[in-house]
Design a protein around this ligand. Structure first.
Ligand code: NAP
Length: 307
């Protein structure tokens, strides 16, 4: 089976790369913090000294990095892979990034004869490990066909949004806005219940077994009721990044998102209170604090205010 470059072995990328190895793909991997490569190297992946060396001319490279800056650096930077990937190459870009950067990278790839495929994912690290991601894909048809077997290994479903690669990234931002709005509303309703002396766990059980019986409300409802925010599945600091990307995309397309504004403020406040490394569900602590409730101490967070 052909060799693939894989760049970015964080909570998501590490699990995804491991699945590709298990499926028989030969991997050449690079991560900024080299120690994170050790486990995959022990399982047969080849360690690349820099992003450019991780790719083969005309080959396929996958990126799963924190944000726009990181992706720009590994693609276009001094040690970036764009030039080496060259004609016939395909870049499968799976991070949550701005549609604007996706369009810019797609143009740069086209100039070199390579293709940019947007393929951001829904699902937390445990879903990545279980190959249960949901993937939104967009890009040139032939390039999408070529990378499809890889996406099929990584996820349980792939949804196609056409030829403009930025479309997949808009889908991801719209989806993350929905998730963050659900977290905020779960946090506010849990605070209401607690403040009224009603067991929020019983409330959550009723609603998530009936009208809101979907995985998202069930899993975040549990985290919020139990105030279980560490270790993070998705770091709150990255949640702030996404809330900002949503608003940038909203401005660019003149689509006002008043809930989006409120959610961004929640994330910013949480980061300011030292919660950037907690799970992003920890924005729910904001609603609790607004209600004057004492929250249980959460490891890694600023100690809560005592009444
Ligand atoms: P993470 O654990 O924080 O990993 C981030 C990765 O980006 C690491 O490999 C990190 O390298 C690398 N990185 C950061 N800044 C860099 C830079 N300037 N140059 C080179 N590499 C850099 O994040 P994650 O949870 O895996 O998320 C990765 C992407 O998937 C993000 O765009 C996120 O929004 C998206 N996503 C996450 C989830 C989730 O539930 N976690 C779900 C769907 C989508 P180091 O190891 O050196 O820090």
């Amino acid at each position: 089976m052909s060799r693939i470059g894989f760049i970015g072995l964080g909570a998501m990328g590490g699990a995804m790369a491991g699945n590709l190895l298990d499926a028989g793909f030969e991997l050449h991997v690079w991560n900024r913090t080299s120690a994170k490569v050790d486990e995959l190297a022990a399982r047969g992946a080849t360690r690349a000294p820099d992003p450019a060396t991780a790719v083969e001319p005309g080959g396929i490279v996958i990126t799963m990095l924190a944000d726009d800056r990181a992706l720009e650096e590994v693609t276009l930077g001094e040690r970036g892979f764009l030039e080496r990937l060259g004609p016939g190459g395909a870049h499968v870009s799976m991070s949550t990034i701005s549609p604007h950067l996706a369009r810019r990278l797609a143009r740069r790839h086209a100039e070199r004869g390579s293709r940019y495929v947007g393929a951001p994912v829904f699902g937390r690290p445990e879903m990545a490990a279980a190959r249960k991601l949901w993937i939104a894909v967009a890009g040139e048809s032939a390039a999408k066909e070529r990378v499809r077997p890889i996406l099929n290994v990584l996820g349980q479903g792939v949804y196609d949004f056409g030829e403009d690669p930025s479309a997949a990234h808009v889908v991801k931002l719209g989806g993350n806005f929905l998730i963050a709005a659900a977290i905020e509303s779960l946090g506010e309703s849990a605070a209401l219940l607690r403040k009224s002396g009603v067991d929020p766990a019983a409330f959550m059980r009723m609603l998530t077994e009936t009208l809101f019986a979907c995985p998202l409300y069930q899993s975040y409802g549990r985290l919020i009721v139990e105030e279980r925010y560490a270790p993070a599945g998705f770091r709150l600091a990255l949640g702030l990044k996404d809330a900002e990307l949503v608003l940038q995309a909203a401005s660019a397309s003149a689509a006002p998102m008043p809930f989006g504004d409120a959610i961004r403020r929640r994330f910013l406040t949480a980061v300011a209170r030292g919660r950037g490394d907690l799970d992003w569900a920890a924005i729910a602590l904001g609603a609790s604090e607004d209600a004057g409730l004492v929250t249980r101490a959460v490891s890694g967070a600023t100690p809560p205010r005592e009444e």
